[in-house]
Design a protein around this ligand. Structure first.
Ligand SMILES: Cc1cc2nc3c(=O)[nH]c(=O)nc-3n(C[C@H](O)[C@H](O)[C@H](O)COP(=O)(O)OP(=O)(O)OC[C@H]3O[C@@H](n4cnc5c(N)ncnc54)[C@H](O)[C@@H]3O)c2cc1C
Length: 427
């Protein structure tokens, strides 16, 4: 039952943090309105029809892991759990473009990492004791660049740690935050393969995480207002008193609460004195309309190439390049060709026949996951009684990921409910 005498919770931003908050609050019977600046929900997680390649593509092929419990819980609630796909075991295929070696890292399911002791399961040319460096990272007490805790060279680093951490941190791992890496390790490798199965949405990440949430909210009459950009927050005493949308200044009632689920750089402009991460890293995704060879693995990590992860999808191939600043200033066609050469080499296709392609360059894909930027992440509470923050850039202890965004939305929703409850008791 919707209990609007508790007040309304206004969620600003319909990215995954905002949508997760809306879903959780609706489940808790709260009155919610979502305000989104653009024409589409989903924020940095989008699927759309691309007219150049004549196919649906994602702004970036998003990878989740089976240990992402908040994301999986959210998918379950919105009835979309079946839209992610992955292997039944945590197997990761790799290819080295220098020399063409192919290998598969096969984690065992339980927490005792016996895969490290099995030559056929661990990274070729590594010894079991090499993996001890990961323990040192896991129990780090201070946040330091990873290169101060582990050697950023050698087969284990080049063939496993760099590809995995680069994808998760979206920053050259040596410069990455040891604290964020430690959380990742504790939530994945330390639990075992059952938390590390890679999951992707073959029919589009927006079709799995965003469209079903919009349907779910629609069925419950939760308004998600598009083209509704918040211009400013107006404060009176210790509260937000009005939401200023430019053409409308919406007064807030005594029990109304605001969840600000916008990107870090927007939050920094809207909330006086708020410190947020201010350095960002880009991700480049290349999409090719081509049938992957039959039997080709769903995803493969590429070492010593421009391409880093290649995804073989129905009728198309998508490639992700993280921390891709070096590619932003090059001509688009040149980048598409460079990446295609790697794809062709890995898939045994012609490097000279570039299929229809599209390149998506997200300049501010994530905050830079360095110790300095990690230290700037604020918690969800603010100095204003009815204002709560959400977003992958808030202090979730995870890097900027879907899991972090959804956890932040859940936490903001819980805080908004407790603010309303406290208000009711005080009244
Ligand atoms: C290319 C790419 C690849 C990625 N790959 C992965 C991956 O493989 N795995 C993974 O876990 N994560 C990945 N991520 C990260 C993941 O997409 C983000 O962590 C997550 O989508 C962030 O959600 P959010 O809700 O915090 O922020 P956002 O998605 O940025 O949502 C913020 C919303 O606020 C809206 N907004 C902004 N200003 C206003 C305003 N003034 N008024 C109203 N609304 C406003 C925006 O339009 C947007 O919809 C990737 C990101 C990118 C860009």
């Amino acid at each position: 039952m919707r209990s609007s005498d508790d007040g309304t919770i206004h969620i600003i931003g319909a990215g995954l943090a905002g949508l997760a908050a809306a879903v959780r609050l609706t489940q808790a019977g709260r009155a919610v309105v979502v305000h989104e600046a653009t024409a589409h929900p989903g924020g940095r997680c989008r699927t759309y029809f691309d007219h150049v390649t004549q196919m649906e593509i994602d702004n970036g092929t998003h990878l989740l892991l089976s240990g992402n419990h908040a994301a999986l819980g959210y998918l379950h609630t919105i009835g979309a759990a079946g839209l992610l796909e992955g292997p039944s075991n945590a197997d990761f295929d790799f290819v080295d473009l220098h020399g063409g070696a192919l290998w598969t890292v096969r984690l065992n399911n339980g927490p005792l990492p016996w895969w490290i002791f099995a030559k056929k399961r661990r990274v070729p040319q590594t010894r079991a004791r090499d993996y001890l460096s990961l323990m040192r990272v896991m129990w780090t007490s201070q946040d330091r660049p990873l290169k101060e805790l582990m050697a950023c060279e050698g087969p284990l680093y080049k063939r496993l740690i760099e590809p995995l951490f680069l994808a998760a941190l979206n920053l050259k791992p040596g410069n990455g935050s040891s604290k964020l890496a430690a959380t990742l390790l504790r939530e994945t490798l330390a639990i075992g393969g059952k938390a590390c199965r890679p999951l992707i949405a073959p029919d589009g990440i927006g079709n799995a995480l965003v469209a079903p949430a919009m349907r779910w909210l629609g069925e419950r009459n939760v308004p998600v207002k598009l083209h509704r950009s918040l211009h400013s927050l107006i404060f009176a005493n210790d509260r937000v008193s009005h939401l200023d949308f430019g053409d409308e200044r919406l007064p807030l009632g005594p029990n109304d609460t605001v969840i600000l689920a916008v990107p870090a750089y927007v939050a920094a402009m809207l909330v006086p004195g708020l410190e947020t991460p201010s350095a960002f890293c880009s991700i480049v995704n290349a999409h090719y309309r081509v049938d992957p060879p039959a039997g080709f693995p769903r995803m493969i990590g590429v070492v010593n190439g421009t391409a880093e992860w290649i995804f073989a999808l129905p009728g198309r191939v998508a490639v992700t390049v993280s921390d891709a600043g070096r590619l932003l200033e090059l001509p688009r066609e040149e980048v598409a060709q460079m990446i295609w050469r790697d794809v062709a080499a890995v898939m045994g296709l012609s490097p000279d026949t570039l299929p229809p392609w599209q390149l998506v360059r997200e300049r501010r894909a994530t905050f830079a996951a360095s110790p300095e930027e990690n230290a700037k992440r604020p918690g969800a509470e603010t100095g204003w009684h009815n204002l709560v923050l959400a977003g992958d850039w808030t202090a979730t202890s995870l890097p900027a990921t879907i899991e972090g965004a959804i956890r932040s939305g859940n936490r903001a929703a819980d805080l908004a409910v407790s603010h309303q409850t406290a208000n009711k008791v005080a009244a």
